[in-house]
Each structure stands twice: as C-alpha cells, then as structure tokens.
Write a protein that binds this ligand. Structure first.
Ligand code: AGP
Length: 621
C-alpha cells in the first residue's frame, strides 16, 4: 500500500526522502512524490511511475538526490509518498503530496477518506478548486480551510478540526508553510512510526524506511497526532490530550532489510526460514514444554470456548486452514477457518465464549483488522499472530503472538507463513496439554519433532537445484493443478497461491478425492499436476488419484517423504523431504512449492518481489 516518509533535522532532506521511499517500494505503488519547504515556499514534485522517474525529475531541477551531507543544506524538512491507487487512476495529478488551495498546507495520506464526496462538495462551495480525483486531496483543503478560518492559523488545531470531520482510515503527514520547523502526523487504521535521531527525527509507514538512521522508534496509535521537530517529538490524542509512550528499540539491522546476496528478497526469505522458525520457537519451548507468556489462557477459558476461529486473508488464511486441521486433530475442539473479508459480513456466530485467532504478517490488512474488530464487538477473546511489531492488529487484539520472521519484504509471503504455522502448532500443543487431549508421550514427540524443523528445512533447501531443473522444464505451462488430501489439501492451497501470484500462471488447488466430481475433465495430455503426499493414512487414496490423472495424460510431480516408496514410484517426478510426523509435514512440504513458484517466475522473467497488481500489505478493502 502507500508508503510515507518524513524528515526534519540538520541534513539535506531530499536524499533521505528518496532513500526512504525506495525502502518502501515493496508496499506496492504506482506513483511517487515529495514536498519540501524551500525559501519559505512549499514545493511539490510528483510523478506517475517508479521512484526513478521522480528522482530523474528532481535531478533535472538540479536537486541532489543521493547525498544528504551538505554544509548548508537548502532543505531540511520534507516528506515523500508512494501511492497505490484507490480513488483515481495512477497519474501525476493524483500522486501525493497534495497542496491546499492557497498553498499553506501540504499533505500525504495512506488510507481512505470515506466521506470525501461530502467534504469535497463542502469545500467546492467554499471556492476550493480540486486538481485531482483523489479522496486524499480533500484533507489538504480541509485543513487549510480550518487554518484560515476558525483555527486562526494554528496548524495543530486545524489538523485536529479536520480529523474530527474526516471519516475513514488515515496515516497522514502535514507540512505547513508558516511552520517550517515541524511535521504533524496523524494515524487511524494505517501504520505510522516515528524514528528518533539526534537533532533530527523521521516518520515512516514502516521500519525499513528509517532503520539505517535509527533503531529507536515510537509507535503512533489510532486517533493520535504527533508533532515532530528536529529536537522534539510530542504525541497527543486527536482531542489534544498529551500522550506519553515508551520508545521501542528495533533489532532489525539495515542489512536485514536488504537482499543479503540473493537475487530476490523472496529467495533470501525462503533461506531465512530455518532461522525464522528457530527464533519463533526458541522463546516458547523451554525444557521441552510450550510456554506462552504472551497468551495467558487457562483450561477453563479453553473449555468455555464452544469453538475456535481462525480469521485471515491470503497466505495467512491458508495457515489458518492448517490450524483448523491441527487443533481439531490434537485438541478435539471444533475449529472454523474464515477468509476475513467473508467473516466480517456473514453475521458470524461469535460470543463472549468464542476465541478468535487473527493471523496477519503485516498486522495492517484492513479486512483482517475489521474482522477482528467485529469479533471483539461480539465479545470474543482475540489472539493475533502477527509479524510486524506494534502493528494495528497486534495492538488491538487482546493477546498477540509475534512471529519472529524479521522483515518480509517480498510481496509473496514465505518465511512468515512458516512462522505463522509455528505459532499455530505451539498454540495447539499448549491447548492440548491444558485440556489433556493428547498423552504426554505424544506431546513430547511433537516437541521433539518441532525442534528438528529448522535442521530439516535446511536439508530440504540444499536440494533446491532439483526444483530449479523441474521448473526449467515446465515454466511454459498454462495451467497447473495442486492436489492433496487433509493437511496436504490445505498445503496445496498455499502452493497454488504462491505460483499464481509471482509467475502469473493459472493454477488451482483441489482435494484429491474431489477431482472426479468435475474438474478432472480439464486434465489432458501434458497437464502438470503437483501432488502433496505427506499424510500416511491417506496415501493409498492419493496414489489412486495419481493413477486417475495419469490415465488422462497428466505429468505428476510428487512432494513426499523419503520413505514413501509406493508414492515415489507412482509419480513421474518426485521431490522428497525428510521423514517427519504427518501432522508437522506442512512445515516441510511447503518449501519445495515455494521454490517451485520462485523458479517458474524467474524462468518467465517476472518481477518476483513486486508482482503486478499486488501489494505487500492490503490496507484497503
Ligand atoms: C501472500 O503471498 C500474499 N502476499 C497475500 O495473500 C497475503 O498473505 C495477504 O494479503 C495477507 O497479508 P497479511 O498476512 O499481511 O495480513
């Protein structure tokens, strides 16, 4: 989604803004712009297209864009924005920042102003001339309207007044001509983080944009306003009450957000899976027991829940589907898994007994955030499984289990998915031990197997060239089927999504037993079918399904454990993973599918880390 960067301090602002925006490119965008105060005037330079287009325009205007070191920096305050279009097509005019009618105020915005139509007509009646089709431009004119009328040139009051009239979501930063020493930022439903420097301060949508300058951050929470100067930062509620908040020290170094020698963030992040899982498990398995300090659930509260709900979007939803299967299997508690955009509108059967587990890598997916709020409104206990510290979903849920995946920059989620599964398995074992639904021997075995996962995934990754070869033979496929039964079916859903979103090859996941009820009509000579074969008790049935599709000409790639001789013989090609308990198999079997999707996309010359039409965090509905 949109990216925001702001700077006020002692250095030349423009290069800092450009570097920050480039670190936020992964959020997906279609245009970019900067604004800064120069000789008492607001300058706005914004262009449709990639940041390079903006940077070239700045250079043509003789602005230095690379080095922020300057003996007498001409511009020491400014802000930048990358826009992912929601209202109004991608264009120079619709790009941010937006200037107000009389150029006192400039605004950058992430989110949706839901009552922008009414506000626009009110402002037009006051003589305002709009230059764009965007909802965001309304904010600039509305703030200036209050600034010039009832707020008597008090920019803070003008921002407050405008925010009280705006309905919807925003991460907003304001620069005012008459206040060249400060930025005002406001937040509701979209992320904003303040980076604290020495004689300089930063504001951004996400940590990678500011981490090369500072690791000390302040999280801006919903309905709060920040006044950021070079030597001070003050937080207030939207009504003006002072807010005191502790600084968080972020331990991601700037390298962590770089590619670390890999061609793409996605491959780097796949190879980080062993360490990410280890980091997620290590703080929560002590003396071979699951310890969830962050989730004070007791036996009574668990038994009070008639069912547990997983709610999420995309890959996180697929993790929730695995969670449904695993918790039902280990805990014998009914579990539902819902897509967030469906859950929030289906009048869900949720009450004060319900436990709703919200999964989100970014912690900012609007549908997931809204679904959680719906569950809370109905009295549910909400537990979130989130990767980004201090994100909206993390802060609003009753309890949060942070995954320790580190920054996941590639749009396609890989290591985050595995750390989400790790948290789900921990939660399942924690609940099972609380209610005594599995024996202590079973419990111990699961713990032992989980602790082996980082090593086993490392072994799987060592065989990446096998997947690379197979992808080189099949990247021209027009449609691919992923089939499996039980946990292997949920795994197939995630494998199919990975392939689609980065290689643009159509694919679909199907329960192996369901193919014969229609879809097998699509199987013809040369159709590629990928079978996930890790569930021992369903192996014979899956081998029958392999025979069915091969009889119609399919080419079958099997992903199975090394000891499944019969399954290996049934497939045309096979990728084997080390033997592991079937319940934990999704943790191992997904990596080959991620590699498969990656190499298919690379062979097709796709933009692996920034696929078309997609954003890393979907903060609009
Ligand atoms: C996964 O590869 C996709 N990028 C997408 O489906 C993603 O999982 C979904 O948008 C949910 O994002 P979240 O985990 O940040 O909420």
């Amino acid at each position: 989604m949109c990216g925001i960067v702001g700077y006020v301090g002692k250095r030349f602002a423009i290069p800092i803004l450009i570097r920050g925006l480039k670190k936020l490119e992964y959020r997906g965008y279609d245009s970019a712009g900067v604004t800064f105060l120069e000789n008492g005037h607001l300058r706005v330079i914004k262009k449709q297209g990639r940041i390079d287009v903006l940077e070239n325009t700045l250079k043509e205007l003789n602005y230095e864009t690379a080095s922020e070191e300057s003996s007498a920096p001409p511009v020491k305050i400014g802000m930048g924005h990358t826009r992912w279009a929601t209202h109004g097509v991608p264009s120079d005019e619709n790009a941010h920042p937006h200037l107000s009618e009389q150029r006192h105020v400039c605004v950058i915005h992430n989110g949706i102003i839901e009552n922008h139509v009414e506000l626009r007509s009110f402002l037009i009646d006051k003589g305002v001339h709009f230059l764009s089709e965007t909802d965001s431009e309304v904010a600039a004119h509305l703030i200036e309207y209050h600034y010039l009328t009832d707020c008597h040139a008090d920019i803070m009051s003008a921002v407050q007044a405008a925010l009280l009239e705006i309905e919807g979501s925003y991460a907003l930063v304001v620069l005012c001509t008459e206040h060249p020493d400060l930025l005002i930022a406001a937040k509701k439903d979209n992320p904003l983080i303040i980076g604290l420097g020495s004689g300089e301060n930063y504001i951004a949508s996400d940590i990678p944009a500011l981490i090369e300058y500072t690791r000390d951050v302040l999280i801006v929470e919903d309905n709060e306003i920040a006044v950021i100067k070079a030597d001070s930062v003050h937080l207030y509620t939207v009504h003006g009450q002072i807010v005191n908040r502790n600084t968080i020290s972020v331990d991601w170094d700037s390298e962590a957000a770089e590619k670390g020698g890999f061609e793409h963030f996605m491959m780097k992040e796949i190879f980080e899976e062993p360490s990410a899982i280890k980091a997620t498990l290590s703080s929560r398995i002590r003396s071979n027991r699951v310890v969830l300090d962050d989730i004070p659930l007791d036996r009574d509260r668990i038994l009070q829940a008639s069912r547990i709900h997983f709610v999420a979007c995309g890959t996180a939803y697929h993790a929730g589907c695995v969670g449904k299967n695993v918790i039902e299997k280990l805990c014998r508690i009914p579990v539902e898994a819902d897509v967030a955009s469906e859950f929030r509108y289906k009048d869900p059967i949720i009450d004060e007994n319900s436990i709703v587990v919200i999964i989100s890598q970014s912690g900012e997916t609007l549908d997931t955030l809204a679904a959680m709020r719906e569950a809370k409104k109905r009295g549910a206990l909400t537990i979130s499984i989130v990767n980004v510290i201090g994100s909206s979903i993390a802060r609003e849920s009753d309890y949060v289990m942070y995954t320790a995946a580190g920054p996941e920059i590639s749009v396609a989620s890989t290591k985050a998915y595995l750390t989400q599964l790790s948290c789900i398995y921990l939660l399942a074992l924690y609940i099972a031990s609380l209610i005594g639904s599995i024996s202590s021997e079973e419990y111990d075995h699961y713990i032992k197997e989980m602790l082996r996962l980082p090593e086993l995934i490392g072994k799987t990754l060592e065989k990446q060239s096998e997947i690379q070869r197979f992808a080189s033979e099949h990247f021209n496929a027009k449609s691919i089927f992923f089939i499996g039964r039980g946990l292997d079916y949920y795994l197939s859903m995630e494998s199919s999504l990975k392939l689609k979103e980065i290689s643009y090859i159509h694919s679909e996941a199907y329960p192996g037993g369901e193919l014969k009820h229609g879809t097998i009509a699509l199987i013809e000579k040369g159709t590629l079918v990928v079978c996930s074969l890790t569930q021992d008790q369903l192996m014979e049935k899956m081998i029958s399904n392999i025979s069915e599709v091969k009889a119609r000409g399919a080419i079958v790639l099997g992903i199975t454990t090394e000891n499944q001789e019969k399954a290996i013989r049934a497939c045309d090609e096979v990728f084997t993973i080390p033997p592991i308990h079937p319940v934990l198999a999704p943790m191992l079997a997904i990596t080959p599918s991620q590699l498969f999707a990656y190499y298919m996309a690379v062979n097709k010359g796709c933009d692996v880390d920034k696929p078309r039409n997609l954003a890393k965090s979907v903060t609009v509905e």
